[in-house]
Design a protein around this ligand. Structure first.
Ligand SMILES: [Fe+2]
Length: 313
């Protein structure tokens, strides 16, 4: 853990609120907790031919009746006011997740996301992984756009599984290098404290890396904690910590139709939105992310930029 800061450098739509925000009493889902072994990897299920045909049929129906549900090109700005105990002053964090710069996510799309993020006047920009798909070479153009981010304090990143998996599993150092080159550090199992008293923690990816959520209770007791990670499954090990976690990874389902999504993400405990933990003020937010993977299609899962105002409780 680092206590030194690695320094770097309205839209429309619904206002969503965390489960324990002042103006909302019951939203989100209580988390059913098993006691999984740390490091256990929750993988997606295999699909039979019959299931595949059902999914294709379901997608066909959605395509016929729900074309307005799909819009992979225009991000939605979601806004969240999150009270935190012992926070001294407001901190605005803008989350960009799952850019997936690749053949199916253009440079223009990433540029648009950067412009929208800057328009929110963030104190911090949190980049929650999956910068590229397949090839680390896309990190060059991705970084060229991310370089234009203008947060007051800094931009911090953590890697996603696709950053590890690119270039046949060898690409993560290059992705990290491109980000470091523009002053954005990868906060892999590191933490630092802001002047507002907020501890900002980066946790590694649970599928391809080695996250250390156990570092959270080692931070000074009673001080507010914000953790960023890629895959929300790591939250299974964190629900008893008083902290807020921002994650991505799921793309909100990307192809979000009832049968397909349940089959594909059936073993994923968290898909999108807010989830409540066991400890007071323990909560997880899962972003729908921005890019797409495999095919440039989203259905009922619009790209998202999250704007989080952490305020004194
Ligand atoms: Fe992703």
């Amino acid at each position: 853990m680092n206590s030194k800061v690695p320094q770097s450098n309205s839209q429309l739509e619904p206002i969503t609120t965390p489960p324990d925000a002042e103006d909302v009493s019951e939203r989100g889902s209580a988390v059913e907790l098993a006691s999984p072994e740390l490091g256990h990897v929750i993988q997606e299920g295999r699909m039979s031919r019959r299931d595949l045909l059902k999914n294709v049929a379901a997608l066909g129906v959605v395509a016929l009746v729900g074309e307005r549900l799909a819009d992979p090109t225009v991000p939605e700005i979601t806004r969240h006011v999150v009270p935190m105990r012992n926070l001294k002053e407001r901190v605005r964090v803008v989350q960009l997740s799952d850019l997936h710069r690749s053949w199916c996510v253009s440079d223009l799309f990433v540029a648009q996301a950067v412009d929208l993020a800057n328009a929110q006047s963030p104190d911090i920009v949190a980049l929650t992984g999956d910068f590229v798909t397949k090839s680390a070479s896309y990190a060059i153009s991705c970084a060229a756009q991310l370089k234009r981010l203008t947060p007051k304090i800094g931009t911090y990143a953590i890697p996603g599984n696709h950053d590890y998996w690119c270039d046949d599993g060898l690409g993560m150092p290059r992705v990290a290098e491109e980000l470091a080159g523009i002053g954005i550090p990868m906060l892999v199992n590191k933490a630092f404290r802001l002047d507002s008293g907020l501890w900002f923690v980066g946790l590694d990816d649970i599928w391809a890396g080695a996250p250390k959520p156990q570092m959270i209770p080692l931070l000074p007791k009673g001080e507010p904690v914000l953790a960023i990670t890629h895959n929300p499954s790591v939250y299974l090990y964190m629900t008893h910590y008083e902290c807020t976690v921002l994650a991505g990874h799921t793309h909100g389902g990307q192809i979000n139709v009832p049968y397909f999504t349940r089959k594909h993400f059936g073993k994923m405990p968290y898909l999108r939105g807010w989830y409540k933990g066991e400890a007071p003020h323990a909560r997880l937010y899962v972003s729908r992310g921005l890019g797409t993977v495999h095919i440039p299609v989203r259905i009922n899962s619009r790209p998202e930029i999250g704007v989080f105002d952490f305020v004194p409780a």
